[in-house]
Design a protein. Structure first.
Length: 256
């Protein structure tokens, strides 16, 4: 199945260059040609970009009538996972890009090598987001994507898996669930922050003194016995994510 990309760009020349470079990438990597839809404004983009409709998003920040960053904030209310790449004429919004969980941040004019790196990362992330667990619930086996899991807690000898708006109780020890997650994704972003909690770092909005605040408003405690290690692991994760979003060369240049 071909990868579908939504592009929000009001400059036809820039959209045409993006399409041309993406076609070159597919030819050089042997990837089936991408299906690309270009939207001239944020309103039209949001009308069509419903969860599951696209595999990647390319967003210009400086749209003629809208702020592309705000458009993505609206998208994230309904779709947290879709890989987003910003491409714009300034590095001024690179930190904001991290805050809305962007995969990459490119500056115009587009350079093929940098775009190829962004596309490669998006494809890998797309594969990662497809990873799932089969969980034995009371009635049947339940398929749950790792990306959907906010955190897991132990409650009364039962592991409770928290999704956004739903909980799934399973009779599996937390240690075994953690092992299953590693088997599915050896580089998963889950962190054991407490003897009774396992948190998906992709859902963390803020680090407080003794707990993580998640995007949903939920809080996950940090054990005082491993506080230093937990904080260090999360900070390393967050720094790497910012660097990956901006691109190594842009970080080294200090954003200029």
């Amino acid at each position: 199945m071909n990868i579908k990309i939504a592009v929000c760009e009001d400059c036809e020349k820039d959209a045409a260059l993006l399409r041309e470079l993406c076609f070159r990438y597919c030819c050089e990597t042997g990837t089936p040609p991408y299906e690309m839809d270009v939207f001239p404004n944020g309103l039209t983009f949001l009308e069509h970009c419903v969860p599951g409709s696209y595999d990647m998003v390319f967003m210009d920040i400086y749209l003629e009538q809208e702020d592309g960053m705000q458009v993505i904030r609206e998208l994230r209310k309904t779709d947290k996972d879709c890989p987003v790449v910003f491409f714009t004429r300034s590095m001024d919004h690179a930190v904001e890009a991290f805050e809305v969980n962007a995969v990459h941040y490119l500056t115009k004019p587009l350079v093929y090598e940098k775009l190829a790196d962004a596309l490669s990362r998006c494809e890998k992330l797309h594969e990662k987001q497809a990873a799932f667990l089969l969980l034995p619930t009371e009635k049947k086996l339940r398929k749950v994507r790792l990306a959907e899991i906010l955190y897991i807690e132990v409650f009364d000898n039962t592991c409770v898996i928290h999704l956004d708006g739903e909980t799934i109780p399973v009779r599996i020890p937390l240690k075994n669930l953690e092992t299953k997650i590693r088997e599915v994704d050896a580089h998963s972003d889950f962190l054991r922050c407490h003897r009774s909690y396992l948190v998906n770092m992709n859902w963390i909005m803020a680090l407080r003194n003794d707990y993580f605040l998640l995007d949903t408003g939920a809080s996950v405690p940090i054990s005082k016995y491993i506080h230093k290690q937990v904080v260090q692991t999360y900070e390393n994760f967050a720094i790497k994510k910012i660097r990956d979003t901006r691109g190594a060369d842009q970080v080294s240049e200090g954003g200029h």
